[in-house]
Write a protein that binds this ligand. Structure first.
Ligand code: ZN
Ligand code: ZN
Length: 328
């Protein structure tokens, strides 16, 4: 079944490249980049398949079990632009391929100095050759580093200036996962790409790991009243668990004295929140957003922007502002 799907996808990839991309590449006299264009076409098509699948699976769930009525359809459409840009543009995968030769040269340099970098394969022989086992190990290891990245973006005030863009969506929906500042996206992709290369993840595997991870993250942001039960909640991050991270006054602020903090930072596996004591499994679905975007007296009515560019620009301004003085 999976093999048939892979074969069919391969055939579609070949056809689309020959019919559409290759003629365009040669018409633009970019023939020397034909190989890169072939790979890029594959990521693009994976992104298209992902968008269709997300819509087909999550939209009916949102219609059947909504947490809240979506009042701002424009904001949801804007989130879709973020998702399309991120997944069709394949930034994450592109950065991995750019980093690979750089880290290769670094490894060679270290090797000359007699330093052997850490590799999961040396620690656990056979880990990378067993497809399912290797995949899961890498998913868990990368998720551990993702937890700390996310927690750090709530810890440092300048970083929160950027990350608060993600939290400023008050009508969370299946496209909200990618509502991020581009600078934050870039930092995260470089960070995770370096770690993946350092632990020996192969390019083909990285694409799969990225797709699996981001599909689960889209589910977490969907407007669905869904949890995975007492045990399931502790195994995989559910929409309820992540929604609590987005809840005003619970997930991303702590004591009201300008000290940042919060709960439920885990990206895929809540185990990190349990181990590092930041988990909150309360069975509730709260309203989401950032306190200072609320009208006075609850907040200061701060504007987080409506369109893509205004949100990006205001994010940069917040980064500079919060770096100078603590978060209001
Ligand atoms: Zn967050
Ligand atoms: Zn989120």
């Amino acid at each position: 079944m999976i093999q048939t799907l892979v074969d069919q996808f391969g055939a579609l990839h070949g056809w689309f490249y020959e019919a559409v991309v290759q003629p365009a590449v040669f018409a633009l006299q970019l023939g020397e980049y034909a190989e890169e264009a072939f790979e890029g076409t594959e990521w693009f098509l994976i992104g298209v398949a992902e968008l269709f699948l997300l819509y087909a699976l999550l939209r009916p769930l949102e219609a059947l079990f909504p947490v809240q009525r979506i009042t701002d359809r424009g904001a949801r459409w804007n989130d879709f632009i973020y998702t399309a840009l991120h997944r069709l543009g394949a930034f994450t995968v592109l950065i991995f391929f750019i980093l690979a030769p750089i880290l290769d040269s670094l490894t060679a340099l270290l090797h000359l100095q007699g330093v052997e970098p850490f590799n999961l394969e040396t620690l656990w022989p056979g880990a990378a050759t067993n497809p399912v086992g290797g995949f899961l190990i890498y998913l868990v290891v990368l998720d551990f580093f993702d937890y700390w990245y996310h927690r750090a973006s709530h810890q440092f005030h300048w970083w929160w200036g950027l990350h608060s863009l993600h939290h400023s969506q008050r009508d969370m929906n299946l496209w909200s996962d990618n509502r991020n500042h581009l600078l934050d996206d870039f930092l995260r992709d470089v960070y995770l790409g370096c770690i993946a290369l350092a632990i020996g993840v192969e390019p083909g595997q990285y694409i799969l790991l990225t797709v699996a991870s981001r599909m689960l993250q889209s589910l977490q942001h969907a407007n669905v009243r869904l949890h995975f039960g007492a045990i399931g909640e502790r195994l995989v991050v559910s929409p309820r668990f992540h929604r609590l991270h987005h809840a005003i006054g619970v997930g991303h602020e702590s004591d009201g004295r300008g000290t940042l903090g919060g709960h439920n930072f885990a990206v895929l596996f809540p185990i990190w929140d349990i181990v590092f004591r930041t988990a909150d499994f309360s069975p509730r679905f709260e309203i989401t957003g950032v306190r200072d975007q609320l009208s006075p007296p609850q907040g200061s009515g701060r504007d987080y922007g409506r369109g893509f560019w205004s949100q990006q620009w205001l994010g940069l301004k917040r980064m500079v502002e919060f770096a100078r003085k603590p978060v209001p």
